[in-house]
Write a protein that binds this ligand. Sequence first.
Ligand SMILES: Nc1ncnc2c1ncn2[C@@H]1O[C@H](COP(=O)(O)OP(=O)(O)OP(=O)(O)O)[C@@H](O)[C@H]1O
Ligand SMILES: [Mg+2]
Length: 174
Amino acid sequence: MILIITGTPGTGKSTVAKLFSERYGFKLIEVNRFAPAAAVGYDAERESVEVDVDKLFEKIKSPASGDVVIEGHLAHLLPFSNATVVVLRCSPEVLRARLRKKGFVERKIQENLEAEALDVCLIESLEVHRNVYEVDTSELKPEEVVERIERILTGKGEEFKPGKIDWSEEFFAP
Ligand SMILES: Nc1ncnc2c1ncn2[C@@H]1O[C@H](COP(=O)(O)OP(=O)(O)OP(=O)(O)O)[C@@H](O)[C@H]1O
Ligand SMILES: [Mg+2]
């Protein structure tokens, strides 16, 4: 089984994926570790490495065997045909606090809050995958997020089908 955990930075992908992999014995693949090997340049404006998704997929395809959880903000771009994708979501106020704690500069925080409010990861996920779910982590502990992912993987994830989460009012007209 392939589980992809994606989301805007700070939504809790790494924390949740590690916990999930330990609890359920899934192999953990952190996409960011493979990014340097798939880098094609550096985007100075965004201060981030530009990654070739085909190259990234080539690198991750074979290690991704058996039960595996693949996490990272690019993970949903990998065209695995039978993956279940969980997009972690977080309200603007809580996300701001989490990113501050992670030491992000204000400009980066703003960029990420905007991406979250515009549903970027969700929309991209729906362009690539059929089995896409979203979990609002704002008021949950990591363990509670893991429990919801377990529900999704066992066919009890109806309430996590996309379309219910909308931060636009909070973000654009607070
Ligand atoms: N319900 C939750 N799920 C996950 N993380 C949570 C939750 N509540 C609080 N947190 C905290 O939020 C932070 C999330 O950071 P984490 O590094 O896991 O995010 P990330 O999505 O992997 O970010 P990045 O894209 O920058 O790697 C951690 O400090 C974690 O303890
Ligand atoms: Mg992370």
